[in-house]
Write a protein that binds this ligand. Structure first.
Ligand SMILES: Cc1cc2nc3c(=O)[nH]c(=O)nc-3n(C[C@H](O)[C@H](O)[C@H](O)COP(=O)(O)OP(=O)(O)OC[C@H]3O[C@@H](n4cnc5c(N)ncnc54)[C@H](O)[C@@H]3O)c2cc1C
Length: 468
């Protein structure tokens, strides 16, 4: 029997590659150093309370076709709750609601946008001007902005200060995990063009109704049914290389021989697995250390009375970008989760100071909480949450398969949200990378051909005619 395909890393990229290969009849061994699957999109048991908490709220969108396909293969698609409405705090008034309406895309948000009160007339006019420019630029025009900052685009389209701070910053900081001035314009434009403007389904927000970790429960059984294996608590130490091909993975539990290897670990971890000879042999491995990261802070807050009237809320202009209502926990406490993306300035703060700052934002957004203190809290800092989606990042993102012109190792496939997927660092990007690696692997192994990526949501008729 030929050796299995080894996949290093049981985050979404590794899981996606494994499930896709098993579905195509391949035998895989998935190696994960932690005792559980999910990587950065997972849950942990809080030692203080014994409650299972997600490391951070993870949001998906209707446009995440590959992630949804993976959930479908895992049989957990029904755990996604869909939220077409997005609430924006506007104290002391009721929150504004943004939702797709009856007009065809790209005009589907117009009516709710015009009704939103937290922006003035001049701000809305400037946002509408930028949106029109994004529509006219289309996909081709977006390419020309690759490598420039989205801040330049906002200056170019004469955005008001309030439009920048209250509208563009919360959306881009949440989606790209860097501020508008730091974000590569290509990715920020992608978020608006393909995520919001091109159709009404793509912007619909999905949230898991179960802890993230449980979404991956079916994976082990699927792998076993395919003759493969999930090995958690096993760390890869090195990729074995015979000068021409990788022959397996050296782990802390011995050698795992394999026909191909999919390395689905972050770039800094991958660098540690590769010998100098291996890195010299494959151009994709040469610039791994140059990829920079950006932090995210998630803060779990527990109250002894109901706090939120909406399932979530955006906090325009505040350091905390989002609050999510996580329901009532097993101890009867009302759980809300605060998210701060691009949280560089928060990383040195201790937990008590973090909670004071976050509560300031909570009390601003939800005036009914004034005078209330949480009965418990838990801040989760992720210093290397995502790669920094800054201008020039595309030069550093390697493809899943070897470079056809500049060479590389045929049977070494790369996966991870940081690989070249065209998406910012997201769960969808991670799954895309896994599917691309599985595709490359099947091509190399001469196995059943995997048909690459799941197609994007097509743009609606008018949006397509306008170039989106
Ligand atoms: C706080 C936070 C909030 C986020 N919010 C969102 C969101 O709302 N929406 C969204 O779409 N995305 C979000 N993301 C991004 C998303 O979580 C990631 O893009 C995605 O999970 C990356 O998956 P991955 O498989 O590429 O990498 P990882 O999840 O990092 O997986 C890599 C795996 O490899 C394992 N590993 C590392 N070294 C070894 C080794 N030597 N041997 C064996 N195993 C090893 C690791 O333990 C890990 O499990 C967020 C990320 C963070 C951190």
């Amino acid at each position: 029997m030929k050796p299995p395909i080894a996949i290093v890393g049981g985050g979404l990229a590794g899981i996606a590659a494994a499930i896709r290969l098993v579905d195509a009849g391949e035998r895989v061994v998935l190696l994960e150093s932690r005792k559980k699957l999910g990587g950065r999109a997972t849950s942990f048991v809080d030692p203080r309370s014994g409650e299972m908490l997600d490391n951070c709220q993870h949001v998906l969108m209707g446009s995440c076709t590959n992630l949804l396909d993976l959930y479908d293969r895992l049989g957990v698609l029904g755990s996604v709750q869909w939220h077409p409405r997005v609430w924006w705090a506007n104290p002391p008034y009721e929150p504004d609601v943004m939702m797709p309406g009856r007009l065809p895309a790209p005009g589907h948000f117009s009516i709710s946008f015009l009704r939103m009160k937290f922006l003035g007339v001049a701000d809305k006019r400037s946002i509408a001007r930028a949106m029109w420019r994004l529509i006219r630029l289309g996909r081709e025009g977006r390419e020309r902005w690759r490598g420039k900052s989205f801040g330049e685009f906002l200056t170019d389209t004469k955005q008001t200060r309030a439009a920048r701070e209250l509208f563009w910053e919360p959306v881009i900081t949440s989606a790209c995990n860097v501020s508008c001035d730091r974000a590569d314009a290509f990715y920020a434009m992608y978020v608006f063009q393909q995520g919001f403007l091109q159709d009404s389904w793509s912007p619909v927000m999905g949230l898991s109704s179960v802890p993230l970790l449980s979404l991956y429960d079916p994976a082990e059984e699927i792998l076993r049914t395919g003759g493969g294996e999930l090995r958690v608590g096993v760390s890869a130490l090195a990729l074995a290389f015979d000068g021409r091909r990788v022959t397996g993975v050296v782990t802390d539990e011995g050698m795992v021989e394999s026909s191909s290897v999919i390395a689905a670990v972050p770039p800094d971890r991958l660098a540690k697995l590769c010998s100098d000879t291996l890195r010299a042999a494959d151009i994709r491995l040469r610039r791994l250390e140059e990829i920079q990261f950006s932090p995210i802070l998630g803060v779990h807050l527990f109250f002894d009375q109901p706090i939120m009237q909406t399932p979530h809320i955006v906090l325009p202009g505040r350091a905390t970008q989002w609050l999510f209502d996580k329901g009532v926990d097993s101890q009867g406490r009302y759980h809300i989760h605060a998210v701060i993306s691009a949280a560089d300035e928060w990383m040195e703060l201790d937990e008590a100071d973090i909670v004071v700052k976050v509560m300031d934002d909570v009390q601003w957004a939800l005036p009914n909480t004034r005078g209330l203190d949480p009965v418990a809290f838990r801040a989760v800092k992720e210093k290397r949450a995502t790669f920094a989606c800054t201008p020039g990042i595309d030069d550093l993102r390697p493809s899943a398969v070897r470079d056809g012109i500049r060479g590389g190792i045929d049977n070494l496939l790369l996966a991870g949200d940081w690989c070249d997927t065209g998406w910012p660092a997201t769960m969808e990007g991670a799954v895309r990378s896994g599917y691309l690696a599985a595709d490359g692997c099947s091509a190399f192994n001469g196995a059943t051909k995997i048909r690459g990526l799941i197609p994007d949501v097509p743009p609606a008729g008018l949006a397509r005619m306008l170039g989106l």
